[in-house]
Design a protein around this ligand. Structure first.
Ligand code: CUA
Length: 382
């Protein structure tokens, strides 16, 4: 009997460990969990997950239950006789072929149903559909709004309750577009343009969802993130209006104006980044311009290396999602050392390779004064 009691204690310890790990895994506010689906596509995908989980749980409990029961009930005793042998029993062979077949058929039916529900062909007709091209760079996301000719980076703004159609483009390596709470993963394959659609629930206005690159794409794959901000229909319209404007012009004699001059200086930012109204005439559809099969218009439409910064100050993330754009900490009245300690943009400009090793930011070491002026300028581009 003491052996059994010790086993009991171990079982208790194991199951409480398992239970607490399940409970704790639900913690963390920003956890982008597929079981907290907030849009039609993710909900259908989540449903298939639950079907499989429930069936797997039934099978697990059934099989393990029989196993544990048999171990104790039929364990060898001093007076045991040999049990009845049923090797080659046709009835048993049929039974344990039929039961898994049935379970797998149920999973197959729900999986195929789910595939058809979220397929590109199932995209609902919606006159308000927003068409976006998502472009995968190493390592950041660019978004081009096809109907409005607006280009942003790191932050995808969408209206709630509206179909968002996404064309996926890459001209480098394979990336994968994933917003766990809104839609499952679809790869961006060079030379093969995939598409997908999704929709955020009506009650998600004001929410921000985590977006992730879900395909290994190089050293900073894990730091290739974006965010999806959901707006009301009106909020989205005002956002579009603001984003389609040229960049704000800094006041004459201001620190921001100095920043703009540094931005445009020889060998500086403007070689890779566009700002509409400063060094670019308009937003460009990178997917078209960067497609090697298209001839390039070298006047204005070269394939840009870095994100368009026209409305940089309005974005929630910078540096391909590695840092929050904490503009409230970027007041340029503070000392240079405070600015470097508090303001993420200043940290990024000071040491881009330290923040995100291997990225394409190839600026030389900027002085603290240059960083201050650039922070004042870029954060003013709302
Ligand atoms: Cu892009 Cu991983």
């Amino acid at each position: 009997m003491p052996v059994f009691r010790r086993t009991n204690r171990w079982l208790l310890l194991l199951s409480s460990l398992l239970l607490s790990s399940i409970l704790l895994s639900a913690c963390g506010e920003q956890s982008p969990s597929i079981i907290d689906a907030r849009g039609f596509v993710a909900q259908q995908e989540g449903f298939v997950f639950w079907v499989i989980l429930v069936i797997a749980a039934v099978v697990f409990v059934g099989v393990e239950g029989m196993l544990v029961y048999s171990i104790f009930r039929f364990r060898e005793r001093p007076d045991s006789v040999n049990p009845r042998q049923n090797h080659g029993s046709l009835a048993l062979e049929i039974l344990w072929t039929a039961i898994p077949t049935f379970f797998l058929l149920v999973i197959l039916v729900f999986t195929i149903r789910g595939l058809f529900q979220v397929a590109p062909d199932a995209q609902p007709a919606d006159s308000k559909t927003v068409n976006v091209t998502a472009i995968g760079h190493q390592w950041w996301w660019e978004f081009h709004y096809q109907q409005y000719n607006i280009t942003t980076a790191d932050t995808l703004v969408i209206p709630a309750g509206t179909v968002v159609h996404v064309d996926l483009f890459s001209n480098n390596v394979i990336h994968s577009f994933w917003v766990p709470q809104l839609t499952g993963k679809t790869d961006l394959v060079p030379g093969h343009d995939n598409k997908k659609w999704f929709k955020a629930d009506d009650d998600t206005v004001g929410k921000t969802f985590v977006g992730i690159c879900a395909e290994f794409c190089g050293a900073q794959h894990g730091n290739m993130r974006f965010e999806v901000k959901v707006e009301s229909a009106d909020g989205f319209q005002s956002w579009l209006t603001a984003q389609s404007q040229h960049a704000a012009t800094p006041a004459s004699g201001s620190l921001a104006e100095e920043g703009q001059k540094i931005f445009q200086g020889a060998g500086a930012c403007a070689g890779c980044h566009g700002i509409v109204g400063v060094n670019a005439q308009q937003f460009i559809d990178t997917a078209k311009v960067c497609d090697d099969s298209n001839p390039k218009d070298l006047n204005n439409n070269e394939c840009p290396l870095g994100p368009n910064l026209t409305h940089f100050g309005s974005r929630g993330l910078i540096a391909g999602g590695v840092l929050d754009n904490n503009s409230s900490q970027c007041n340029t009245d503070q000392s240079a050392s405070d600015l470097l300690a508090n303001c993420n943009l200043a940290k990024w400009l000071h040491d881009p390779q330290g923040v995100k090793p291997g990225n394409d930011m190839a600026i030389g070491q900027l002085t603290n004064d240059q960083i201050k002026a650039l922070v004042a300028y870029l954060e003013s581009l709302k």
